[in-house]
Design a protein around this ligand. Sequence first.
Ligand code: ATP
Length: 279
Amino acid sequence: MSNAVLALQDVSRHYRGKGGLLRKGDTLRAVDGVDVTLAPGETLGIVGESGSGKSTLGRLAAGIEPPSAGNVTFKGKPYAPIGSSAWRRQRRDVQVVFQNPSQALDPRLSIADQIRGAMEAHRLDTGKSGAGSLDALLARVGLEGLGRRYPHQLSGGQLQRAVIARALSLSPDVIVCDEAVSALDVSVQAQILNLLQDLQAEFSVAYLFISHDLGVVRHVSHRIAVMQHGRIVEAGPAGDVFASPRNSYTKALIAALPAASPSARRARDAKRRLDFAKV
Ligand SMILES: Nc1ncnc2c1ncn2[C@@H]1O[C@H](COP(=O)(O)OP(=O)(O)OP(=O)(O)O)[C@@H](O)[C@H]1O
């Protein structure tokens, strides 16, 4: 794809064993010869079971881990060496939203101060975030008037909104969402997914949307890539992959989607609920 904002070409990430689970001398192919492109403003969903290499792929795409082989390019250029000033500049353009927002935020700082801090670190005018003023940005993500709160004073969904606001304040081209809604109640998940979609429509940000949950990925993705053992075994437009999966592993994942009955949904909700401190 020539206009790709992000491209991974034949990218691998191998880990060498140092003893323990991975024996000394053994090589684990966490990502193995993967080709992925992301167009401006699109959402590419990455699905696969635990250990299939999704998070490793996300770190490679975000430039926070170097590939063992292959090329990762952002707007046609390879990432600068990790830690260099050019790399720090690129970090602004490709943001990451992880599963646990309370770990991503500093408990000692108010939400507004964390966003200001991120902008100042990138020498941006804190009066002009991606969505205008800081207050306007907070309102845009559903945190109107909550900028002075500290992380422990917010619910799980509000914390993830704060992380999204901080990412958005840097006007990124890409946000890697790694299990970004997996720790939230199902009803809150839907709100955050809708917010991400609205923000995409408004700011043309592209998402590499990583999740083990095919139902969630189906909701937000334009295209889907299915990972198994570090490789992409099937990829295509989301509708096509769901309507007529070709790969047997994809078929099994789709068959395992939870039933949509209210009791099945309640059971799933209860399983996922995390004991976040509520306001
Ligand atoms: N830094 C590392 N050192 C050694 N092995 C690693 C490292 N990071 C990941 N791995 C291994 O690489 C494989 C892929 O892990 P990865 O976290 O990318 O998978 P995943 O699909 O995101 O799974 P999960 O959803 O459980 O996080 C796993 O076997 C994991 O144990």
